[in-house]
Design a protein around this ligand. Structure first.
Ligand code: SIN
Length: 532
């Protein structure tokens, strides 16, 4: 079997779906998603989407806040463009049916988060992502030109160079091989334009507040196809996820601190004043490192987030989801502080793209968390990611439509998938063990505080697992677990290699071997590209 469409979108979060809605007016769109359509990081986003709106705010202030949070590594031109596109992105979402929270006087209720000098976060209580995903999914499902393929996972990109076994520069993307998970069949999906919107890679780490789908598939596939990858050392650890043995790293939104919550030690002492002038509203890298330090110095398993002073009526109305979830684990945030720890949350690096979301492989775009646009630099400012998703969904759509017109009327021929003499594996346990090995090594050696020795140790383990995967990959029929293991291992390697390259500490990359920020040599991206 074979499938073709004008536009192939891999991923169904805010970036992929908003792109699909924009291009669907001009051609057929296939949306590929690994599980159910709304099983995405967007769906779990609590805080909101940042955009200048109030009279007191300005594009200059939002730009400045983003540059400071990103430790002056963001590309200021890109930051300004994204920030200035914010109001239109909010209007697009409202037009697609998103309902943001409002005040009693019918104005939008703007909240605040760490690193923001103004209230500029549009939100839907504490389930903003769920509301956005709901509206986009509804719009996509009602669109006659969009076909959604649930339970389908991308295996690899199809490029001209791979098809013809020739060295072609720049290479051209022709689509992707996609595994239908239920039928266990790999289908070649041909497309004039392919868009990676696969989200992040939190599952590379043992503890993450990302959904299970966050296995870095897009970055790994683009790397294998020869695209340039940048800034992978900048994995953002969210400072506050619920610490409870049954809770799978449930996020406690930064908006809780934005609305006045204070981080405390076990004995009740507030500690953030000792780390930054913005105290609990310091940028995320600083808060996460402070918590890590507090836990190490005091030998504690967690720290505590205290918002009890805001009272029951406010807390239950503003944070209903967080309140109910904490209560289900026996923690009443109205009466007691919430135990929290940092966990892997957001990948600031990714596939390097231009200001239209276009990669250096022709007809291949990357949008949302999978991409590295220049917006986040060394540390993403809270709630800038949903904004980036809509802005680049829109821009990539605009550029894709131009590229689409330039192409021949017929689709290029694509070879069927060749599974060789592979058989079904009788040792699935190998895959499970290797998953665990990668995620534990990354947590232990490539976490919030790094060193050369720890990074090299991690790289050795990753390379061992890679050898096993290569054997396994060719001998056995592929499964989604094996595809994801191969991808997290590739992404782990890229994170470590970028981290080893950056000989300074900046934002989310902190190493005891180079503790200072070195603007003279390192105010630049780290880039990496597969050599063929
Ligand atoms: C949060 O609600 O704290 C997450 C928001 C974000 O990561 O931008």
């Amino acid at each position: 079997m074979k499938s073709t469409s004008d536009f192939l979108v891999i991923g169904s979060g805010i970036a992929g779906l908003s792109y699909a809605l924009k291009v669907a007016e001009k051609g057929s769109v296939a949306v590929i998603t690994k599980r159910e359509i709304s099983e995405t990081a967007t769906n779990l986003a609590q805080g909101g989407i940042a955009s200048v709106f109030s009279e007191e705010d300005s594009f200059d202030a939002h730009t400045q806040d983003t540059m400071i949070a990103g430790v002056h590594l963001p590309d200021e031109k890109i930051v300004r463009m994204v920030v200035e596109s914010g109001p239109q992105a909010i209007r697009d979402l409202i037009d697609w049916g998103v309902k943001f929270s409002k005040n009693d006087d019918n104005t939008y209720d703007l909240t605040r988060e760490g690193g923001h000098s103004q209230r500029r976060i549009f939100h839907a209580k504490d389930v903003t992502g769920r509301e956005i995903e709901r509206a986009l999914v509804e719009a996509v499902q009602n669109h006659p030109n969009i076909t959604v393929y649930e339970n389908h996972i991308a295996v690899d990109l199809i490029t001209e160079a791979k098809q013809t076994h020739r060295r072609i520069r720049p290479d051209r993307c022709l689509g992707a091989y996609i595994l239908d998970i239920e039928k266990k069949e790999v289908i070649p999906f041909g497309a004039r334009i392919t868009v990676l919107a696969t989200g992040g890679a939190g599952k590379v780490y043992l503890y993450t507040c990302n959904p299970d789908v966050a296995t870095g598939d897009g970055v790994a596939m683009a790397y294998r196809a020869g695209a340039t990858i940048a800034n992978m050392e900048f994995m953002q650890f969210h400072p506050t996820t619920l610490f409870h043995h049954q809770a799978k790293s449930f996020l406690i939104s930064e908006a809780v601190r934005g609305e006045g919550a204070i981080l405390r030690r076990r004995d009740g002492t507030a500690f953030m004043a000792g780390y930054h002038k913005l105290k609990d509203l310091a940028p995320r890298d600083i808060v996460a490192r402070a918590i890590d330090n507090e836990m190490k110095v005091h030998g504690d398993d967690c720290v505590f987030l205290d918002i009890t002073h805001r009272g029951e009526a406010y807390i239950t109305d503003r944070f209903p989801n967080i309140y109910e979830t904490c209560l289900s684990y026996g923690i009443d945030m109205v009466k007691e502080p919430i135990p929290v720890v940092p966990a892997a949350h957001y990948l600031c690096g990714g596939i390097k793209v231009d200001e239209w979301g276009e990669s250096d492989i022709q007809n291949l775009f990357a949008i949302g968390e999978v991409s590295c646009t220049g917006l986040h630099g060394a540390n993403r400012l809270a709630s800038n990611s949903l904004l980036e998703g809509v802005v680049y969904g829109n821009r990539a759509a605009e550029r894709s439509l131009e590229r689409h017109c330039e192409q021949p009327a017929t689709f290029p021929g694509i070879e069927p998938w060749d599974s060789g003499s592979a058989t079904d594996s009788d040792e699935e346990v190998v895959v499970a063990h290797n998953w665990d090995e990668i995620r534990r090594s990354m947590w232990n050696y490539v976490g919030i505080v790094r060193s050369n020795k720890r990074l090299v140790r991690a790289l050795r383990r990753i390379q061992m697992v890679q050898e096993e995967i290569t054997d396994y990959y060719w001998d056995f029929n592929i499964t989604s677990d094996l595809i994801e293991l191969r991808n997290i291992t590739t992404v782990a390697e890229l994170i470590v290699r970028c981290a080893l390259e950056r000989k300074e500490s900046r934002g989310l990359h902190y190493t005891i071997d180079h503790p200072e920020t070195d603007d003279i040599h390192w105010k630049q991206d780290t880039t990496i590209r597969k050599q063929f």
